[in-house]
Write a protein that binds this ligand. Structure first.
Ligand code: HEC
Length: 129
């Protein structure tokens, strides 16, 4: 009288033990070694971009003439991140310079230094070249 029930139970156990188990293991394995986030296996989105040398001593501004002048002129009020994220036209850089001086009270250096800095900004953070 118990036989059919026993059989059903055995079949159920077998199905649970051998049936879906490999599938589940494939879908989610809590023991799977996690990837190291510091050494991603896949190349990043800008892996193909040409390497630009950044100067960690100058807030990671690109190395080049004017980097140091730009750093000390601009770091007085904000980090270089606000500069590094820009891609602006030459006219926009000229406008921002004036805005920084007239509205934000930026100290204006001599004409030569101003040219060096603006040339640096227009070279490295341009939407035009
Ligand atoms: C006297 C202070 C001061 C100095 C010096 C200064 N800035 Fe700024 N700058 C500001 C302020 C204030 C803002 C607005 C910040 C904000 O929106 O949070 C700003 C914003 C900016 C922005 C973002 C503008 C936008 O459209 O959002 C850029 C780019 C920028 N500065 C570039 C420079 C550069 C390049 C220099 C150096 C040549 C410089 N700043 C020097 C005060 C200054």
């Amino acid at each position: 009288m118990n036989t059919p029930l026993l059989f059903t139970r055995a079949a159920l156990c077998a199905a649970l033990a051998f049936g879906p188990a490999p599938l589940l293991a494939q879908a989610y394995d809590p023991m799977r070694p996690a990837g190291n986030p510091l050494t991603p296996a896949m190349p990043g989105p800008d892996a193909g971009a040409p390497a630009v040398e950044l100067d960690p001593e100058l807030g990671n501004l690109p190395v080049g003439p004017g980097a140091e002048d730009t750093y000390y002129q601009c770091i007085a009020c904000h980090s270089t991140a606000i500069i590094r994220q820009q891609r602006l036209t030459d006219a926009r850089w000229d406008y921002l310079w004036t805005w920084m001086v007239e509205d934000q009270g930026m100290y204006e250096p001599d004409e030569e230094t101003k040219e060096v800095i603006l040339t640096y900004l227009k070279t490295h953070f341009s939407s035009e070249r």
